[in-house]
Design a protein around this ligand. Structure first.
Ligand code: NAD
Length: 498
């Protein structure tokens, strides 16, 4: 059995707290590894290493820092298949989907290679008599990232690549459910020439997270995970004086207008609703057909497609999706289906009793489809995070828009239509951070920013793109004047440009 410790000061270290957890292989249900849970002292050791390494790294010119990113990219591409297989085995998603997880992370590494350009400041010559004014962006120091189970390559890379490229040292606390890939990524960064101590991985649970939030030498914390934890980390981190951004849960709606191409809409719902077993923060979990006729056609087309979804082990080449991450999460998702039935929603496809032949202990379930879900039901209000799609019928476009706007989450949303006016109106009025027009999972590319609104995001700046550089640096503005430009005598009034 594998034994994950921590990665501190450029090398693997064994856990010393005496506390550890199990990492499962969801497709078989077996325990694949033990993962150490860091104590406060182990987090402090990682911070010491990071603090020692950071000044020299920040003083390394940005082109050299970019070259480390380039080399890392080359090595990650060399090990692509190996990384994807470990990811699939620990998470449960298919290998093909694991490759996408890795790829969307590497695209942010590609973005971070532009750091010499991204860090350029501003300069004004002659801002006053003999006065020049300029601004620069400087690294914060030691920063940390706390990441969820569902994208164990992508989100750690979204966090650490821009932070490190900016000249910070980084402490990563990945999910304790699938820490294998984050550990491999840290090794690859070392092989790429990143100095020891610039990237450290501490595994663990709440104790490690609290140690990060309480450590006075950690300047900023980026979090991705569920909303209750996001809110906790945002509050605790901010009150400790840190810069904090937290991205939380989601309930993503897809509005289907009567003029939409229904076959395309169904394809989109099947992929975005059930891909990765619905364990994506940008999964579509609510379909909102506008008008009874649209709803009837949609549900009739969806039923056979949900019934014929191919569920298989993560290593299967032709599975649409694999098992869920743990037995506990599987139970939680099935419980939500029970709740939906009790609440009066119509379960059109029931995947609760699906068993995978030859993998009877794996954490599998089939796709579920609910019709006639209403806004007061728990299955509508709460994030299920499984292969369960709810159809909420809306009479009008305005009602569909209002549903998305009234929901407490505001991560992603989509509209399917051929009507440019409707799409434009929707994009302007919807209270959600990421909007798709005939695109069901509108995850922006690396050079734009990613972030939800309302209770899907806490903090001012988004992830990756230009906001990541703003989040991981602080701006300094210098006003300079040389002796030849200075007048004699003290100035007692505030200088102005009058
Ligand atoms: P989670 O909140 O359970 O865990 C996230 C991280 O927080 C992990 O590293 C975990 O160890 C830590 N953590 C868990 N409980 C804690 C506690 N009590 N105190 C301190 N730290 C704690 O989330 P998850 O189940 O790993 O991930 C799924 C969730 O993440 C879903 O809600 C999903 O929508 C969300 N998510 C959001 C985005 C986004 O960008 N908005 C992206 C991916 C996932």
């Amino acid at each position: 059995m594998l034994d994950y410790g921590h990665f501190i000061g450029g090398k693997h270290v064994k856990g010393a707290s005496g506390r550890a957890g199990d990492v499962f292989q969801p497709m078989t249900g077996e325990v694949r590894a033990k993962v150490a849970f860091a104590s406060k002292a182990e987090v402090a050791a990682a911070v010491e290493n990071a603090k020692a390494a950071q000044p020299a790294w920040a003083a390394t010119n940005p082109q050299r820092r970019a070259r480390v990113m380039m080399k890392f990219l080359e090595l990650a591409n060399r090990d692509y298949d190996k990384l994807a297989e470990v990811l699939a085995r620990e998470h449960g998603k298919t290998v093909a989907d694991a490759k996408g997880d890795l790829q969307r992370g590497l695209e942010v590494v590609e973005f971070s290679i532009g750091i010499p350009h991204l860090l350029k400041g501003e300069y004004t010559e002659g801002a006053g008599p003999g006065i020049d004014l300029y601004s620069m962006r400087q690294a914060l120091g030691v920063v940390a990232g706390i990441t969820p189970f569902n994208f164990p390559a992508m989100i750690p890379l979204w966090k650490c690549a821009p932070a490190i490229a900016c000249g910070n040292a980084f402490i990563l606390k990945p999910s304790e459910r699938d820490p294998g890939v984050p550990m491999m990524l840290a090794e690859l960064f070392m092989e790429a020439g990143l100095p020891a101590g610039v990237l450290n991985v501490v595994n663990g649970d709440k104790e490690a997270v609290d140690a990060i939030l309480e450590h006075p030498d950690i300047q900023a914390v980026g979090f991705v995970g569920s909303t209750p934890i996001a809110e906790y980390i945002y509050g605790k981190g901010c009150s400790a004086g840190k810069r904090v951004q937290c991205f939380g849960g989601a309930k993503n709606h897809m509005i289907i207008m009567p003029d939409a191409d229904m076959d395309q809409a169904v394809d989109a719902l099947i992929g975005a609703g059930y891909g990765s077993a619905g364990e994506r923060c940008m999964a579509v979990s609510v379909a909102v057909p506008v008008g009874q006729k649209t709803a009837d056609i949609l549900v009739e087309k969806l039923i056979p497609r949900v019934e014929s979804l191919k569920i298989g082990p993560s290593t299967s080449a032709d599975a649409d999706f694999g098992p869920l991450v743990t037995a506990a999460h599987l139970k939680k998702v099935k419980d939500y289906v029970d709740i939906g039935i009790k609440e009066g929603a119509k379960l059109k496809v029931d995947g609760r009793n699906f068993k995978m032949q030859g993998y009877e202990n794996g954490f599998y379930m089939g796709g579920c489809l609910f019709d006639d879900v209403t806004r007061d039901m728990r299955i509508y209000k709460e994030e299920i995070f499984g292969p369960v799609l709810s159809v909420v019928r809306a009479k009008t476009y305005e009602e569909g828009l209002k549903l998305a706007n009234d929901h407490e989450y505001g991560n992603g949303v989509a509209i399917f239509t051929r009507d440019g006016d409707a799409a434009r109106d929707f994009a302007a009025k919807v209270q959600v951070g990421m909007v798709g027009v005939n695109v069901p999972i509108p995850v922006p590319l690396a050079y734009y920013t990613f972030g939800g609104w309302k209770r899907s995001g806490f903090g001012d700046l988004n992830q990756h793109g230009p906001d990541s550089v703003r989040f991981y640096t602080k701006t300094k503005t210098v006003t300079s004047r040389w002796p030849s430009g200075m007048k004699e005598g003290a100035e007692f009034v505030i200088p102005t440009m009058k």
